[in-house]
Design a protein around this ligand. Structure first.
Ligand code: XIL
Length: 383
């Protein structure tokens, strides 16, 4: 008798267990939810960061969801020096090759990330003492990777994060051993190895006036040397209380007046307390976990959910206003569960920085973003 009752209970509960979790995600995949890449197709390319699990399509739900929403991606880690060039002269192309195959299968553009960056460097480079060895690494690394993936990646973040907050050059191992002109040389080498590939400078906080001025100086220096630079990537790791709209607008204007495209390359908006107070993205800054730093383990309060939606709405309104100057908007992750902000600058938190929740359901922010387009179109139509 008990068994029968348990069976009946299970049968009754089955739809309740299965549907709330699966239905919205399936809707997002099968077409009831708008697709970001479609909605903004006349404005800018919409990208995401992809990790190894996603590239290998291990989760069927994610595998169906990603190409429906995004038309471009940036490999989150697998093209960084530590992954692709782990030992002197030894490259590990297996993951990067899978990245290329994935992009061809789904007709998605790859932004290669990144050729020269002071973080996530292999140990053998970090230990290099002399200028000549570092220079050899520098030349070989850029030339080998850029030429191998020529015609396969659409663009490269040639140099990532070369600037300090005050706009001066960061004293990375590259600047210390090769001098400030290493940035110009990196672009020159990339251009030689991959003539048809778009070449970008990428950094966080470069919308801020001082750092922005440093970025402008850098771009002008590259251009003055007769070397090609096609775009500037503003990473866009922002915080819910401080999305700097005015600075962003000014940066779009100033950067585009240099004759380069502007992109938002790693967009996310953290809703959690910011213990390092930098509102940047220096991956070496870490703080120990404590529960007060992780207040929304069981869900995001409605008030914050709408605030987040409002921030994304403001941002996309601005992006649309300057759509002729902006070529791509890339989110740094597919859904909240994938975001690096669950582990930086504090490990093990529950953050909500993206447009889709942990089950791929669109959040209020998603619908606000979509509505910017509808309303924008309406406004255009009524004029
Ligand atoms: C992050 C990745 O998301 C993490 O998985 C990794 O542990 C550290 O790097 N700026 C960048 C990105 O240019 O490469 C960083 O990505 C985030 C900050």
């Amino acid at each position: 008798m008990k068994k029968v009752r348990r069976c009946i209970l299970l049968v009754c509960l089955l739809p309740v267990i299965v549907f709330p979790i699966r239905l919205p995600a399936q809707q997002a995949i099968t077409g009831k939810t708008p697709s970001l890449k479609e909605v903004f197709k006349d404005d800018f390319v919409i990208g995401t960061a992809l990790n190894r699990t996603q590239i290998e399509e291990r989760d069927p739900l994610a595998a169906a969801f990603i190409p429906r929403q995004f038309s471009a991606f940036t490999p989150e880690n697998d093209m960084k020096a530590v992954m692709i060039h782990p030992q002197w002269g030894t490259y590990n192309f297996s993951e990067a090759d899978k990245i290329i195959a994935y992009s061809q299968k789904h007709h998605m553009r790859i932004n290669g990330h990144t050729l020269i960056w002071h973080s996530q460097l292999p140990v053998f480079v970090r230990r290099m003492q002399d200028k000549d060895s570092l220079h050899r690494f520098f030349v070989e690394h850029i030339s080998t990777i850029a030429s191998r993936y020529k015609g396969k990646v659409y663009s490269w973040d040639v140099v990532n994060e070369a600037l300090n907050e005050d706009g001066t050059m960061r004293n990375s191992i590259f600047r210390e051993k090769l001098g400030e002109d290493y940035v110009v040389e990196a672009f020159k080498l990339a251009q030689q190895a991959a003539p048809g590939t778009m070449l970008y400078y990428n950094d966080y906080n470069i919308e801020r006036p001082e750092k922005r001025a440093g970025a402008i100086t850098l771009v002008k220096k590259i251009q003055a040397a007769g070397v090609r630079i096609d775009g500037i990537g503003i990473q866009g790791h922002w915080h819910i209380d401080q999305v700097p709209l005015k600075d962003i607008e000014q940066s779009i204007l100033e950067f585009s007046s240099l004759g380069v495209k502007v992109m938002f390359t790693e967009l996310d908006i953290s809703v959690l307390p910011d213990p390092i107070g930098s509102n940047g993205a220096d991956i070496s800054q870490n703080t120990a976990y404590n529960a007060a730093l992780n207040p929304y383990v069981n869900g995001l309060p409605d008030s914050l959910q709408s605030k987040l939606a409002g921030s994304y709405e403001d941002l996309f309104r601005l992006f649309l206003k300057y759509k002729n100057k902006i070529s791509r908007i890339t989110f740094w992750g597919v859904n909240d569960g994938n975001s690096w902000l669950n582990n930086w600058p504090v490990r093990g938190r529950t953050n909500y920085p993206l447009l889709f929740d942990r089950h791929f359901n669109p959040k209020p922010a998603f619908y606000k973003v979509i509505a910017t387009k509808t309303r924008n179109t309406d406004r255009t139509a009524s004029h």
